[in-house]
Design a protein around this ligand. Sequence first.
Ligand code: PBG
Length: 351
Amino acid sequence: MNKFSRTVGAAQAAPFAPAATERSVDEITGGRRLRRMRKADWSRRLVQENRLTVDDLIWPLFLIEGENREEPVAAMPGVSRYSVDLAVKQAERMARLGIPAIATFPNIDQARRDETGSHSLDADNLINRATRAIKAAVPEIGIITDVALDPFTSHGHDGILRDGEIVNDETVSQIAAAAVGQAIAGADIIAPSDMMDGRVGAIRDALDNHGFQHVAIMSYATKFASAFYGPYREAIGTGGLLKGDKKTYYLDPANTDEALREAEQDLAEGADMLMVKPGLPYLDIVRRLKDSFAMPTFAYQVSGEYSMIKAAATNGWIDGEKAMMESLLAFKRAGCDGILTYFAPEVAERL
Ligand code: PBG
């Protein structure tokens, strides 16, 4: 009987006292003890399998018109919308922190929004002006632009709405044209988030026809019709506009084989990187995509995921910083090469 014996003292009375024939833990485990490597900080560090680094982070940045304007997003404590001049300052800050790339999302003036999102084609719209300004001031940071129509439509849908229907092919033509505009402005990666059929191939053709062979496509390959986008819609001012839901184009949260087919299709059409959105509730999809395609795979920890952690932390219900780090490490474990997260600057400062 050694010191690891699990036999308890004689003080313990029947009927739950150990039987004389009870096996020791070493007999049960065959001498294997997984806690051995967990016994100290140094040994835990030594066997750690996944690590989060600053190189894994992409920061989503909200834009507004005007000058010297910073407008906090109420539902996302710590997140603001910035006018282009301040967005440049933020991009400089991210570059200093070592964050490789940012992803921009414009809050377009309501007066500029219409049924078809035509302002998305304007070379001087908010997102394109921001790209030009950031590229000029901070050439070392990568710029990812979302090419969906929702910031530009009066109904908040990602596509052109006609007779109550999101019309696929017309939307695809417009998105491809808007992507060329974004590339001309200096975008490094075009990220279509609209889930229309054929968009990736159409964008690839359009970029190539205009000499933008070097501009990559990060496909929001598996974007689910999710409740976790709520705070984002407040941030870009589409929340009040949106009638109905996006179920005719986003994926059903119940489906995983369909997500695989979406990713396969986007890769066949020329996507360079895959993205899963939302993040934490869909880590099984990340793992499946990574295992199936071995492509650069990303996830978007969306606004609602951010707000949940912030809200609980503000109430003192969880340790916000630890929950933030743990959630991001979980993305790495699931197979992500990088994560779009509103926590990016906070995490980069910690790392
Ligand atoms: C739409 C789009 C969405 C997000 C970014 N682009 C979803 C939507 O409004 O339906 C969500 C981002 C987030 O919640 O953080 N093209």
